[in-house]
Design a binder for this molecule. Structure first.
Ligand code: IPD
Ligand code: CA
Ligand code: CA
Length: 271
């Protein structure tokens, strides 16, 4: 049996109830790979629910899940599960987080849903059929110039220790745009571009479950979705991403590439 968009929507809303109930409580916070890479009991509870339900409904499908890893044979139909995208926000009582759920077949992601339980906003897309927010069609902005653009970005978990931490790109865009936000949920960030609330989003070294659903939602809303060099997005870790309407995407690429050019020219000049 093949899942329908309604299946993902129902699962995301049910998970949203778990997230809402956990929000604002004191959490048992554990640290994963880095000090700022957190997991709470709500992440685990929400993931356990999703994995159990997907296995019950679609026992032959594989699952790539953030907290429990890979389940089943990833060569066939598979799900990408981020039970709580924005755990740092969630753990601090900041109401910006989401649940992200995608289903992929041999041609890539076919269905994607990102649900923000605090605003009751459900972003959804089906490959080739469109993208919607609570049932209304989504469309990216038509902002063509960086000087008119509001962008969103994020910073990787190894930002304390890895100099390739996106701060240089952040500074470049800050002085060329109307603003650069850091909201803390890559799935929602991407959906906000799909909805035309922001004009572009880029981030380095994410994971497939962060953007599997949202990248389809953005594409179906008319965005160009690539890596920051302009290559097709691949859902293999690490996933670096650039999302914007096609005109602004080209402008953002120039800025992201100018960084590489500067590095190269300073290296070649012995700098
Ligand atoms: C994180 C969020 C954040 C991004 C991090 C992600 P998590 O996901 O999407 O915006 O900057 O890189 O890992 O850990 O809260 O699911
Ligand atoms: Ca995530
Ligand atoms: Ca997560």
């Amino acid at each position: 049996m093949e899942p329908q968009l309604l299946d993902l929507e129902r699962l995301a809303r049910q998970t949203g109830v778990i997230l809402r109930m956990g929000f604002g409580r004191r959490h048992r916070v554990e640290h994963k790979s880095h000090w700022i890479d957190l997991v709470t009991e709500t992440d685990r509870e929400a993931e356990a629910f999703l994995v159990q339900e997907i296995r019950r409904l679609f026992p032959h499908h594989a699952i790539v899940a953030e907290e429990t890893g890979n389940h089943g044979d990833l060569a066939g139909p598979r799900w990408y599960v981020d039970p709580l995208d924005g755990t740092v926000n969630f753990a601090h009582g900041m109401p910006i987080f989401s649940v992200s759920l995608a289903f992929a077949d041999e041609d890539g992601v076919r269905l994607g849903v990102v649900y923000d339980p605090m605003r009751d906003e459900l972003f959804a897309a089906e490959r080739g059929k469109g993208a919607w927010l609570n049932g209304r069609p989504l469309r990216v902005s038509d902002t063509a110039r960086l000087a008119d653009a509001l962008l969103i970005t994020g910073f990787p978990y190894d930002a304390w220790s890895n100099p390739d931490n996106n701060v240089d790109n952040f500074a470049r865009f800050l002085v060329r745009t109307q603003g650069v936000l850091r909201l803390g949920s890559a799935a929602l960030d991407t959906c906000y571009v799909a909805a035309g609330r922001a004009d572009g989003f880029w981030e380095l070294r994410l994971q497939p479950w962060d953007v599997a659903a949202a990248s389809l939602i953005a594409q179906e809303a008319g965005a160009r979705v690539t890596d920051p060099r302009g290559n097709p997005l691949r859902l293999e870790p690490p996933v670096s991403i650039l999302v914007a309407n096609p005109v602004l995407h080209a402008e953002m690429l120039k800025v992201l590439r100018s960084e590489e050019n500067t590095e190269r020219s300073s290296r070649s000049m012995g700098g």
